[in-house]
Ligand binder design. Structure first.
Ligand code: SF4
Ligand code: SF4
Length: 552
């Protein structure tokens, strides 16, 4: 207890800004977690993570078993996708997916058979014999991504590079955003799995120590993790103050270690790697049980459900199914949000599926939406700057983003914004500031992509022009040389003629004489032949007459 107290005292709030929005966590922690019912149909987007979408390795009509890989990672920053239960692939085409764009994207659809029959599983109990690379491959093949909401492939974060020494692995169990309690539940219910996952991660990273961070509004989770950590050397549990956005990676590192991550830098640069507590449990399951990432804890809450709860849901389950499991009526909802109220975004339909990054579903009624206040003009109060955890100037960012002055927005460090939403939360004019920043970032990325494509096209055009000009010059050179050679040969011939003029004239005379002789000889021959013909003519005629008589 004394140790915990010391840890609490040490872990004071050490980053600037932050807010204290109403928690709304009590609603979903009054009952234990429940397992999902297997829905008739699972919709699995190929893009559920940061990086390239996965590539399907099944076809329509294929039978699949639970845990079978159905899409492979496409490139280094990508993640495989596995069948969450047994069934038949009924479609591979575009469906609505959870994404801020609201666009459809390619998905694999499985009609489930209710048998929930596992395929082959390769559990590795003696994983300590494996090197870091082999462990990372298991984690990669299991399709594990950061389950805190970011969705970055976990094996990459377990590979900081041979030159980087990792001193500290920070396990993030802060879960500072209102309404969300899925990490709270996984720490209460699966602390043993998390601890074994930590051991594997430390082995892969060769990390000296691990700090498990839990926000002080989760006493049960803190207790459960502390009990488990007692058995493991080099692991301690730290309770951190309840303030949003304490769970944001850079803010957490600063609060726990006092070290600041360099701007545009990574935590590995200061010898630290952060992972979510649910990710650690997923790593345990992948290694010890050969189980890929096919399910996760999801908090289903909001005024649109009668009983908020945490559901251990299969990936691909339509959100409407989970809302029904919480006694909600999807048809009566005005909005479904994925994520929390600060960083989440509205779904285009309640049919979008649960994916690897779905930590929370908030079902909103018409009253929730009607009670939203109208947006007013900025009054330059400066409240937004006071709460920004990155010490930005949100008001200036807003002006530049609104006027689409992207250069100015970047001068004000737009890309350091972590989109936490603190500025929007406190803004008395209710300006959706984060939406402006997201939009500006999207436009800048689009411009840069377009510029990169234009540069490639311009490069190709310039290369073609250079080639055409070079070929034309070479052709002209060849032509010039040929012309010169011809002129030289003519000149040479003329010189020979001038030198040997007489000889040439004689040769010419002799030549004419020979021709005249030949003509005279031909004439004489023709005359001789004509004479001979006149002599022979009567014999021929007589012969002919004879023949004609006998025929008649
Ligand atoms: S909090 Fe809102 S009203 Fe106040 S300065 Fe910032 S943007 Fe303007
Ligand atoms: S959304 Fe961006 S600008 Fe606003 S408070 Fe958070 S980090 Fe600062």
């Amino acid at each position: 207890m004394i140790e915990n107290l010391i840890q609490r005292l040490l872990s004071t709030h050490k980053f600037p800004g932050g807010v204290h929005p109403p928690q709304h966590k009590a609603e979903s922690i009054s009952v234990g977690s429940v397992k999902t019912e297997i829905p008739a149909r699972l919709i699995l987007p190929l893009h559920q993570h940061i990086g390239e979408p996965a590539e399907p390795i099944v076809a329509v009509g294929d039978k699949v078993l639970k845990g079978q890989r159905i899409a492979k990672a496409n490139g280094y920053v990508s993640a495989a996708i596995h069948a969450p239960t047994s069934g038949t692939v009924s479609d591979i085409s575009d469906y609505p997916i959870p994404h801020p764009s609201g666009l459809n994207a390619p998905c694999i659809v499985i009609e489930t058979d209710g048998e929930d029959k596992w395929g082959e599983r390769l559990a590795v109990q003696d994983w300590k014999k494996l090197d870091a690379s082999a462990l990372r491959n298991i984690i990669r093949d299991a399709g594990i991504v950061g389950l805190g909401g970011a969705g970055f492939p976990s094996f990459i974060k377990l590979n900081p590079g041979a030159s980087k020494q990792i001193d500290t692995l920070i396990l993030n169990g802060v879960e500072c955003e209102p309404y969300i309690t899925c990490d709270d539940f996984i720490m209460r219910e699966r602390s043993g799995e998390i601890m074994l996952g930590i051991t594997i991660m430390r082995h892969a990273l060769n990390a000296k120590e691990c700090i498990i961070t839990v926000e002080e509004n989760k006493p049960e989770a803190f207790q459960a993790m502390t009990m488990m950590a007692k058995e493991t050397s080099g692991v301690k549990v730290m309770s951190v103050p309840t303030i949003y956005p304490h769970g944001s990676e850079k803010q957490l590192v600063q609060a726990v270690t006092g070290k600041e991550v360099p701007a545009n830098g990574l935590t590995t640069q200061i010898g630290i790697v952060c992972h979510n507590v649910a990710t650690a449990a997923a790593v345990y399951r992948a290694v010890y049980q050969g189980e890929p990432l096919i399910s996760r804890y999801v908090t289903v809450t909001g005024s649109g459900v009668k009983q908020a709860k945490n559901i251990r849901a299969l990936m691909g389950t339509p959100m409407s199914e989970l809302i029904k499991q919480c006694d909600g009526e999807p048809a009566s909802l005005s909005r479904v949000i994925m994520g929390g109220p600060m960083m989440g975004y509205a779904m285009q339909t309640d049919q979008v599926p649960v994916i690897k990054t779905t930590n929370c579903i908030i079902a909103c009624t018409a009253e929730d939406v009607v009670s939203e206040p109208a947006v007013m003009p900025c009054i330059r109060c400066g409240a937004c700057a006071e709460v920004c955890p990155v010490s930005l100037l949100p008001q200036q960012l807003y002006w530049h983003a609104k006027s689409r002055d992207h250069d100015k927005a970047q001068e004000f460090n737009l890309f350091d914004c972590i989109e936490c939403g603190c500025c929007s939360y406190v803004c008395p004019s209710k300006i959706p500031l984060v939406q402006y920043y997201r939009h500006a970032k999207g436009e800048i990325w689009a411009d840069e992509r377009e510029k990169a494509l234009a540069d490639i096209a311009r490069g190709r055009h310039e290369f073609r022009q250079t080639r055409i000009e070079r070929e034309a010059a070479e052709k002209a050179e060849r032509h010039r040389k040929k012309k010169e050679a011809l002129a030289a040969s003519k000149k040479k011939a003329a010189a020979i003629t001038a030198t040997d003029g007489k000889t040439a004239a004689e040769n010419s005379g002799n030549k004419n004489t020979a021709i005249d002789d030949a003509i005279a000889k031909a004439k004489a021959k023709r005359l001789q032949q004509g004479h001979a013909h006149e002599k022979a003519a009567p014999e021929n005629t007589a012969g002919k007459n004879k023949t004609e008589t006998s025929d008649s």
